[in-house]
Design a protein around this ligand. Structure first.
Ligand code: NDP
Ligand code: 2IT
Length: 444
């Protein structure tokens, strides 16, 4: 099969869906050795099928703001691939959300979920609603309207959404309340729920912790650890917050965090007190990262990503394409040894190529940030058996899953001729399970 020609055909069909085409190209190019070795995939047209979502749902979300004005946003749910389990993946509320962005996220989710070893298909959804500057009541009315449509498409064995950018514990609560009101059923249709009503302990921590556990495994292959390392982290939301906490616990100095306005720089590393302030600032006050400089000594760099600061480890934990080729070069020149993606596709293709070409330990998002959805899978499991596990139990399971994902990606990279290239390893390992399941299930 000519993968270039196939990519061209898919590009023609999906014009303008830049991020989706970017994610697809990366995965398909790394699958070349698999397709050569296993003609059964080509015969069954697996790649063309896997590029097409099983279902795309798009809907209107009317809601009323605090002034009594009626607003309307666009809602989506992409049910991308259900070969290995119910569709599973987050909801993103951000003004940039469009079909192309959610298709890229849903596509990545297929392989990420497969890597966790749990039975979850790939899905993603969200809205172009901007939660910034909205009151709690406005967010609640929006979430209720969103769920008034979404409820008919989801179910514990059908599709189970969760959080992503702009969707955290508050939004999951409002969404869950509305589902229950409409259906009169208390069931596992969302993850990231509150701990009093079916949520799993360690789900808020899971993506950040998992990303650090994954990085630890990469570092071990070079006889290294987090101890004493300078870590630069982008973002200051859910993933960044708990990546920071775990990296600090392992003896690292976290020298930077950011938001969409700029970055803070603390050469001696964030303290526990600084971290607690940031948690309150971001999760309760919903303030900006520059407010840190009013509270404790730190430099604030307006409009700057944190990739120019000298560091040993970089963890991009904000959003897609936030680390470009020039920024990657800067990190490499400054001596970075490991980069792991807490966010989905934060490195541009140029940046990722540079990391690999320069022998930097590089953990691609679908492997490095799989801890969040993995613990979502564990939340579903606890809901199904009607039990809840202790923090320690969930954290240990998460740790085991991250160690396995790293080992699987590393071994697969060796088996398919790109030893140490975890992009290739993760893409192939994630793909094989889904593709074989599609073969088993016939023309689906
Ligand atoms: P949050 O909404 O909690 O935080 C997002 C952070 O990223 C904020 O600091 C935000 O800054 C920043 N950010 C968002 N969009 C942009 C942008 N366009 N430009 C610059 N900065 C931006 O989201 P999460 O922490 O949950 O998600 C972060 C990343 O991790 C995303 O890529 C998400 O897909 C991925 N991810 C999340 C998982 C989860 O379990 N939550 C699981 C796996 C991956 P500001 O407040 O200024 O917008
Ligand atoms: O990108 C992701 O993996 C998530 N936002 C988490 C999805 C989930 O279902 O927990």
């Amino acid at each position: 099969m000519d993968i270039k020609q196939l990519l061209q055909e898919i590009e023609n069909k999906n014009a303008g869906q830049t991020e989706f085409l970017q994610a697809l190209k990366e995965v398909f190019e790394s699958l070349e050795p698999v397709i050569k070795r296993h003609p059964e995939y080509e015969k069954a047209n697996i790649l063309e099928r896997i590029a097409e979502p099983e279902r795309v749902i798009m809907f209107r979300i009317p809601w009323m703001d605090d002034n009594g004005d009626i607003k309307v946003n666009r809602g989506f749910r992409i049910e991308f691939n259900g070969a290995i389990g119910p569709y599973k993946g987050g909801l993103r509320f951000h003004p940039s959300v469009n079909l192309g962005i959610l298709k890229f996220l849903g596509f990545e989710q297929i392989f990420k979920n497969s890597l966790t070893g749990l039975p979850m298909g790939g899905g993603k959804g969200g809205s172009d609603f901007d939660p910034k500057g909205k009151s709690d009541n406005e967010v609640m009315r929006f979430c209720q309207s969103f769920m008034s449509e979404l409820y008919r498409h989801i179910g514990p064995n059908t599709d189970v959404p969760a959080g992503d950018i702009g969707v955290g514990g508050r939004e999951i609560g409002f969404l869950y309340g509305q589902y229950k009101k409409i259906t009169n059923r208390f069931e596992s249709i969302l993850t990231g729920k509150g701990r009093n009503w079916g949520g799993s302990l360690a789900r808020p921590e899971a993506t950040g912790y998992g990303c650090v556990y994954f990085t630890e495994e990469m570092l071990k292959t070079k006889g290294e650890s987090f101890q004493g390392k300078r870590v630069t982290i982008s973002g200051s939301g859910n993933v960044a917050q708990f990546a920071t906490q775990k990296a600090m616990e392992l003896g690292a100095k976290v020298i930077s965090l950011s938001d969409s306005n700029g970055s803070i720089y603390i050469p001696d590393g964030i303290t526990k007190e600084n971290w607690e302030f940031i948690m309150e600032l971001k999760n309760l006050k919903r303030g900006r990262i520059n407010e840190c400089s009013e509270k404790f000594p730190c430099e604030y760099h307006e409009g700057i990503h944190p990739w120019g600061f000298e560091c040993d480890i970089a963890l991009p934990c904000a959003t897609q394409n936030e680390l470009n080729g020039n920024e990657a070069k800067k990190l490499i020149d400054n001596g970075v040894i490991a980069v792991a993606e807490g966010a989905n596709m934060p490195s541009t293709p140029e940046a990722a190529d540079l990391f690999i070409a320069n022998g930097i330990l590089f953990g691609p998002g679908k492997a490095a940030n799989a801890g969040g959805v993995a613990v979502s899978g564990l939340e579903m499991c606890q809901n199904h058996i009607g039990l809840s596990w202790s923090f320690k139990e969930v954290d240990e399971k998460l740790h085991g899953i991250m160690v396995n994902i790293h080992e699987n990606a590393l071994k697969t990279s060796e088996k398919y001729g790109s030893p140490g290239n975890l992009i290739v390893g993760a893409n192939i390992a994630g793909f094989l399970k889904v593709a074989n399941s599609m073969l088993d299930q016939g023309i689906i």
